[in-house]
Design a protein around this ligand. Sequence first.
Ligand SMILES: Nc1nc2c(ncn2[C@@H]2O[C@@H]3COP(=O)(O)O[C@H]4[C@@H](O)[C@H](n5cnc6c(=O)[nH]c(N)nc65)O[C@@H]4COP(=O)(O)O[C@H]3[C@H]2O)c(=O)[nH]1
Length: 734
Amino acid sequence: MPTNVKMTNTESSARMLTRTLATLAGAFALVLAAVLGVMSAMVNDTNQLEATRQRDRVETALATQVRLRQLRFENLQAAGVLQPILNSLLPSVTLQWAFAQVSNRFLDFDGTYLVTASGRILAGVLHGETATQADYDALVRIRPDLPGGTAQTEPHGIGEGPVTARLIQNGADTVGVMTADLRKGEQTGRPQFPEAAAFIVGYRKVTQAQLNEIGLRYRLPQLAVVTERPVNPLGRRDIASPDGSVNAWLSWTPERPGDAMIHQFAWALGAVVLLFVALFAYVFHRLRSAAQQIAARESQIHRLAGQDELSGLPNRRTFDLRLDQEIAQLGRTKSGLAVLLLDLDRFKAVNDTYGHNAGDELIRQAAKRLTTVLRLGDTVARLGGDEFGIIQTHMEAPNASAVLGQRILDALTEPFEIGGVAVSIGCSIGIAHAPRDGADRSTLLRLADTALYQAKNEGRNRYSFFEPQMNRALHLKRMVEEDLRNAIARDQLLLHYQPQVSIDGSSIVGVEALVRWPHPEHGMIPPSEFIGIAEERGLIVPLSEWVLRRACEQARQWPGIKLAVNVSPIQFRHKDFVASVIRVLEETGFDPERLELELTEGVVVEDADAAEAAMMDLRAHGVSLALDDFGTGYSSLIYLRRFAFDKIKIDRSFLEYMEATGESAILVHSVVHLGRALGLRVCAEGVETAEQHRFLQAIGCHELQGFLFSKGVPPEEIDRLLTLDRPFEQALAA
Ligand SMILES: Nc1nc2c(ncn2[C@@H]2O[C@@H]3COP(=O)(O)O[C@H]4[C@@H](O)[C@H](n5cnc6c(=O)[nH]c(N)nc65)O[C@@H]4COP(=O)(O)O[C@H]3[C@H]2O)c(=O)[nH]1
């Protein structure tokens, strides 16, 4: 929000505190985030490193298994056990026997085969028994790169040199298949001929017991073969199926030393965070109390200096002192002085709409403008809220305060820019003169206040001078207000009802409730004299609720006709208005379809959106709406279209002048046509003559109301009229 006025010290202290705290909180959050970030990175790195190591250990474990077998071969060769089998062309029975000895004693496979390079078995042992070519061929189907298989490649897999192995998933079984190439290494000197033994092929089914043992030895927790792919790539190793696809995995649970570390140090970390929080809370507390002390001292200084903190203007105390001083000077100079009391119009609306900061800014800007319109020696003070006081001194010319009043109005009606929004307000000013109206402070202030009240009543955005009759009028109003309050509380008001009649005058289609106040001393007071006061003095809401409740109770006994009730704009704008109507309808059991609320244009002019919402709400509950006094205000077509009234009531002033001026007749004619075109019912008010009746009937008006048929009458009279067949026959015949 742009601010042209210097910030007060209280504000600067508060802002300083907020900024310091924000910086502190930011630094704290940064340090904490950095510590947590570093720790998390460390934990991740450690976990990752260990997982990679584990992965390597799996490969080592598998390679070691192969290396173990290779060593055995080397030992067998070194011991000369293999030579006789390989070099001599033994008869097959002898070869089988010799090979069985070797494989049983030195090789721990489920099946072992001595095969030629083309895959023919020379000897074989399967589970301790003699194996056949078919047994070997079954193994070749699992691993086609074995001698005699369809794959063209050399046997390969885990391990280097003559002995290699592979893990294969065959159905539900995991099998380790190993080949030892007898042609490599020691055997290279051996004579080669096609049917010579070229490979020893062994296979073994992998069991969980073996995996457990390997897992234990190589620190690979839960090492197992699984058929569901483990998510963590560092916790699995593919096991290919014979066709090359991968549907099984060697899986283990990677160890997470980083997590273990964090668990171990969690308490220490918690303690550090707690320490930081405690430190932050302590600094926060110290800073806040320091700022509060500064603010309290500053405001004390302001008060002692007689200054209003928000606006920077003198405060009420200074204003009073200066006024006393100026009044004391009056006798010595010939010139008078004026006291101006000023209220900002619509200040509350700005505060409510844009918030308190906007309200404060408005006060500051208004204060600044006020100081610019004053002459040297005059005083402007902020008396509280949106109220300002001005002492105008050295008034040689009697109209000087009118000139100042106008200057103030001009200055304050210029739009203000608040938070980038142009805000228009106005002000009301009450002026009292000394010594003419009074010569002491309290009298002058009271009279200026009376004049201010008058200015507001006359429609705001104006200045009023105090005049002696204002006192009397005010006194009268206060008296009426008091009496009216009592009359409502003691149920002393009455309702009269004026019939609304069908266009041919034959029957009553509705009644309009009209409030009456039989005053014990002043007799019957008409509503035109007290509704305004009730609106001004905040009595309209209880009064209206009383009227609606009583009308609903009494009209319950008149089935089939409408009940029209007047609604004051102030009452309508009350936030609980719709709720109170619905509540009264429920409590009295009155049919909402029979209730018609008469609204004036004033209702919709000020806040059209809120009015529309309330009207929709009422209509949704079945209540109908009539636009009263049509023709006296804006008579805007827009209202008729937008607000979906059910009925318009042509103001009685039109009928009054109809006979005198042809123009009124044309207007009435037009309004009836307009109403009909918009699909509304049209009721003419103030029908006093049979001629008016005939005219309205001829132009297509729907309903009539007026003294020709009946005045507002007590409910008993409506009872009687409703029993008659053609209640107004006589009146119409006259
Ligand atoms: N000269 C003449 N006058 C006629 C004729 N027909 C009706 N009137 C008068 O015109 C007024 C019609 O009410 P309104 O326009 O709503 O005007 C009403 C309405 O605005 C207000 N009012 C009355 N009762 C209530 C109420 O309960 N609540 C509120 N908010 N306002 C009310 O006071 C106004 C005046 O009410 P009333 O004095 O009862 O005056 C009534 C009625 O007596 C006629 O043919 N000739």
